[in-house]
Ligand binder design. Structure first.
Ligand code: NAD
Length: 261
């Protein structure tokens, strides 16, 4: 077990940190890592020395494999909403996990009135239910090692709301509540911190699918008036995964260039 300085008082002595590869010897799992923000997060964690596991849906398996091969990691083809997803991740990682990035997410935008129930439940299940279930399973199984880091990708839509995204905004607000509620106990009982990033509008395939006028409105919500890049989110996520960030817990860090949204 490698534990970062200050992570676990009284725990094993921390090995000296390599500033160029602070995640050396650590294993990181990124859900939804085959493209977009998740791919950038996986690449950034790998650059910092982590062995990465790129998890994505079976339909994206070849993309996940390509990313994993490029980064010297491995791929896991798994729908994160599967009831046994946590158990399958634990079985795939018998040596344990240090960094868990809950990044997989979907949008199914629609005005609330007459929203089909499935449109509500599927977004809630991918974006929030799966985060709750896999975190629970991996903490209970002891897969997440002391000194570990959990970082969930929330959204500004879960803080400020966004018209047409009632289901998505509710799911991301749920992630914020989950992180804040879980963080104290996860640190006290498992030595694992739990934080979230809340990106504003980021240029990915997810946002390329929305109508142009909404895309432009999304870009304007960022302080520079343009969309953020996956790398912006990856840098902040990697900072929260860093061994030296052990005193940061239960926080939601906005990645949109401003504080008041
Ligand atoms: P994206 O659609 O480009 O990538 C999402 C990835 O998640 C895909 O590879 C997809 O296959 C995977 N995924 C979806 N459902 C899954 C499931 N059930 N099991 C496993 N993998 C699954 O989206 P993105 O823009 O890169 O978004 C990544 C995260 O960032 C999401 O949680 C999203 O809600 C959040 N986010 C995005 C933006 C933005 O503007 N793009 C803003 C705020 C938050």
């Amino acid at each position: 077990i490698e534990v970062g300085a200050g992570d676990a008082p009284g725990g094993p002595a921390a090995p000296p940190e390599d500033p160029d590869h602070p995640l050396h010897g650590r294993t990181a799992l990124v859900t939804g890592g085959a493209r977009g923000i998740g791919e950038a997060v996986a690449a950034t964690l790998a650059e910092q020395g982590a062995r990465v596991v790129v998890l994505d849906v079976p339909a994206a398996e070849s993309d996940a494999r390509a990313v994993a091969e490029r980064l010297g990691g491995s791929a896991l083809a798994l729908d994160i909403t599967a009831p046994d997803a946590g158990a399958r991740i634990a079985a795939a990682l018998p040596d344990g996990l240090d960094v868990l990035i809950h990044n997989a997410g979907i949008t199914r935008d629609r005005r609330l009135v007459n929203m089909p129930a499935e449109r509500w439940s599927s977004v809630l299940d991918v974006n929030l239910g799966s985060v709750l279930r896999t975190t629970d399973a991996l903490l209970a199984a002891g897969t997440l090692r002391p000194g570990g880091r959990i970082v969930a990708t929330a959204s500004i839509a879960g803080i400020a709301g966004n018209a047409g995204q009632t289901n998505y905004g509710a799911s991301k607000a749920g992630v914020v509540g989950l992180v804040r509620s879980l963080a104290p106990r996860a640190l006290a009982e498992h030595g694992v911190t739990v934080n979230a990033v809340a990106p504003g509008f980021v240029e990915t395939r997810m946002t390329a699918a929305i109508p142009l006028f909404l895309r432009e409105a999304g870009r304007r919500m960022n302080s520079l008036g343009q969309g953020g890049l996956p790398q912006d989110v990856a840098e902040t996520t990697a900072w929260l995964a860093h061994p030296a960030s052990g005193a940061v817990n239960g926080q939601v860090v906005r990645v949109c260039g401003q504080s008041l949204l």
